[in-house]
Structure formats: C-alpha cells, structure tokens
Design a protein around this ligand. Structure first.
Ligand SMILES: [Zn+2]
Length: 141
C-alpha cells in the first residue's frame, strides 16, 4: 500500500466554503483568506474573519514558503492505515504571510526536523478531486 492509498481513507470533505481552496490545490496553488475589512490574512478558510468577524474576506494566493513553528513526530499509531506510516512528522507551519497551517512534513526525518526549519509546499494528488498540500524542507534549512 503506497502513501496515496493510505491517505485515501481519510480525505477532507469538500464543501461550498472550501471548494475554491481544493480547486486551487489541484492546480498546485495554495490559497489563504484575506480580510478586506481589517487587512489581515487567515487560515483555515472560513466565511468570517477570525480577527474582526467581517464577511469581507477574499481568496489570495500564498507564496507556499514558511518555517516550522512546531511539530510532533508520530512514532506509534496502531490504527490503520497510520501504522504503516510511522514514524511521520506533523508540522505546524507558519507561512511567510503569517498564517499557520497543519500538514505532514514529507522528505524529512525525525533526526533532522527542527523548529524554524525552512519549508515549502508540495502537492500530493490523491484522487481526481483531492490534491493535498504538504510540506518539505527547502535548502538551506
Ligand atoms: Zn478582519
């Protein structure tokens, strides 16, 4: 079972609010939300700005680069399909735009990962509808 097969069992559910994000991900673009009322960005995508509660939010492309704000290494998970993936790294990435995203950190090992590591988004096509944004280290760390 390859990684894509494993992830298929736990895919996000696309709804009307998140559909533009997933459509962009299929085109290898990472969108965040921008509030035209207060000028701040946010993520995860939602209708209301979490800073000022305005509905004047629009989609905006992010650069796809950031740094690890925090992370955890999953070394033990008996639930299928995750038991075949350990150890894996789940990272809280702070994008250059200032918003934070939780995703898997790929192409990296637990002995190398660290807070502040420079990372970039990569895209894993899982199905025709779902392409998952994940992250990998970028050089220099
Ligand atoms: Zn706002």
């Amino acid at each position: 079972m390859n990684r894509a097969d494993v992830l298929t069992a736990h895919l996000p559910v696309i709804d009307a609010e998140s559909e533009p994000f997933w459509a962009a991900a299929r085109e290898r673009k990472f969108l965040i939300r921008h509030c035209e009322a207060c000028g701040r960005d946010h993520f995860y995508p939602r209708r209301y700005c979490p800073h000022c509660w305005s509905e004047r939010c629009v989609w905006r492309p992010a650069c796809g680069r950031g740094r690890i704000y925090s992370y955890t290494v999953i070394r033990h998970n008996e639930a299928p399909p995750f038991r075949d993936m350990v150890p894996y790294i789940v990272a809280l990435v702070e994008l250059d735009e200032g918003v934070r995203v939780i995703a898997n950190l790929e192409e990296c090992t637990p002995d190398v990962v660290h807070v502040g590591m420079a990372v970039e988004v990569i895209y894993q096509r899982i199905t025709d509808e779902i392409t998952l944004p994940q992250f990998r280290p970028r050089s220099p760390f």
